[in-house]
Design a protein around this ligand. Structure first.
Ligand code: HEC
Length: 183
């Protein structure tokens, strides 16, 4: 009744918003801005501060057993797994050409190309159309950069890391975001 009253009074209901569309590329950029900010905040304000600067608590891959903080990459993966349970409108993961965990290696050609492109130029995101099965996706790859000393020291020292010469500011991998689009 209230809505009908507003319409009768000549006040438009906000239906126009439904008709607007946003470019998939912009959506990927927006999602990435949130992911990257949360990731940086967790790394700098929680892990680096408490583990490296204050020495209050460690960050550990085996955080349950060690009663420690989950690693930044684990926080990221737990979030992406929860999102995958909630929606199939997009998917994301953190991959690398030099993965500590082999499951975080590139599997598709587009992932390989994208990870190489952001390693070469971290400031330029990589975008491509990718068909997997019978679905076409916008696949966007963004550089994942060593923003804190903890990123570098832990990866370089990790027994499973194929690379031991990362430096602060280096691209260590990439965030891959996939959005299903009409082919
Ligand atoms: C205390 C150790 C530690 C710290 C600190 C750390 N990482 Fe990792 N990182 C790991 C481990 C272990 C994995 C594998 C996690 C998994 O099982 O998925 C990983 C995964 C990753 C991956 C996915 C590819 C791979 O290597 O498996 C990227 C990219 C990455 N980290 C970058 C970073 C960046 C950038 C930072 C800082 C913001 C950082 N890491 C901080 C240990 C660490």
């Amino acid at each position: 009744m209230a809505a009908a009253g507003l319409v009768a009074a000549g006040i438009a209901m906000p239906t126009a918003i439904v008709a607007q569309s946003i470019d998939a590329k912009d959506v990927a950029d927006m999602l990435h801005a949130v992911m990257e900010s949360d990731r940086t905040v967790y790394t700098k304000m929680v892990v680096n501060r408490l583990a490296n600067e204050e020495g209050v608590i460690k960050a550990s891959e085996f955080f349950h057993d060690d009663k420690a903080l989950p690693l930044p990459a684990q926080m990221f993966r737990f979030g992406s797994e929860l999102v995958a349970d909630k929606t199939d409108k997009f998917f994301y993961s953190l991959l690398s050409l030099w993965p500590v965990n082999k499951q975080n290696g590139a599997t598709t050609e587009v992932e390989k190309e994208g990870l190489q492109a952001v390693a070469d130029d971290p400031d330029e995101p990589f975008y491509a159309e990718e068909t997997l099965g019978d679905q076409t996706y916008l696949t966007a790859v963004y550089a994942d950069v060593a923003v804190a000393p903890a990123c570098v020291s832990c990866h370089n020292a990790h027994k499973d890391s194929p690379r031991t010469d990362f430096e602060l500011g280096d691209t260590m991998g990439g965030v891959v975001i996939r959005i299903p689009i009409d082919g």
